[in-house]
Design a protein around this ligand. Structure first.
Ligand code: C5P
Length: 246
């Protein structure tokens, strides 16, 4: 990925004022950020404009999942925001993913966002896979890799998955297919609702191109120090991953 292994800070706050104050008071100038449903549903496109004016690379995490025609028009509309990354659920299927890619082509005047597909949320585990989603007889890794290959064959640039699946993803989809991994925690931190978690260093070592960190930074007593530390650990892992072993 051409973006130097960014760490996206998940801005999971309800209001624009809180976001801007959080970034300002903690000196998080120009850091890559992720805007999710909570913030975008309340504030709309104006929050994206505000963040872009402050030179933050933006991942707009709305996880689209609907019929192909609707997703195509929604992506056409999102493309006009000129963010860096948008996403959808791979479970919407091949026609929906192709429609999304077409929508982005139509709506992008200057800059076209990367399109990522969510495979299995990092808050799901093997029990949920078989008991609730009825994906029986398949491991989490098999399910994730199946969705990743489907995404790659249908106009998607990469996937959102857990760190645990990245090595298998690399084998199945090659080194240029983007792996963005949430579910990142410092080794001693609480997991909250996340199930498939890993440290920033493990993410880099496994081959993640970029990571997303929310509560470990936003709820830290020193968000700037937490950002710096986690980014450094991630890059350390990336270096280990790219250093050939004897
Ligand atoms: O606080 P935490 O680091 O768990 O936040 C992770 C962020 O990444 C949340 O905003 C969540 O919506 C998002 N995310 C995720 N799993 C995915 C895709 C996005 O946790 N598969």
């Amino acid at each position: 990925m051409s973006t130097n292994n960014p760490l996206y800070v998940a801005l999971d706050f309800p209001r624009k004022e809180q976001v801007l104050q959080f970034l300002e008071t903690n000196g998080l100038k120009k850091v890559p950020v992720k805007v999710g449903m909570e913030l975008f549903y309340r504030e709309g496109p104006s929050i994206i404009e505000d963040l872009k004016k402050r030179n933050h690379p933006v991942f707009l995490d709305l996880k689209l999942h609907d019929i192909p025609a609707t997703v195509k028009r929604a992506m056409t509309s999102l493309a006009s925001l000129e963010v860096d990354i948008v996403n959808l659920h791979a479970q919407g299927g091949s026609a929906m993913m192709q429609a999304a890619a077409e929508g982005l082509d139509i709506g992008s005047a200057n800059k076209k966002p990367l399109l990522l597909a969510v495979t299995q949320l990092t808050s799901t585990d093997d029990m949920m896979l078989s008991n609730e989603l009825l994906i029986n007889g398949k491991s989490m890794e098999e399910a994730v890799i199946h969705y990743a290959v489907l995404s790659k064959n249908n106009g998607v640039d990469g996937v959102v998955c857990s760190v645990k699946e990245v090595p298998a993803l690399r084998k199945a989809c090659g080194k240029d297919f983007i792996a963005l991994t949430p579910g990142i925690r410092q080794s001693d931190a609480e997991h909250h609702d996340q199930k498939r978690v890993a440290t920033p260093e493990a993410a880099g070592e496994a081959g993640s191109d970029c990571i997303v960190v929310g509560r470990n930074i936003t709820q830290s007593s020193d968000p700037f120090a937490a950002y710096k530390k986690m980014k450094e650990e991630f890059l350390n892992g990336v270096r280990k991953n790219s250093t050939p072993t004897a």
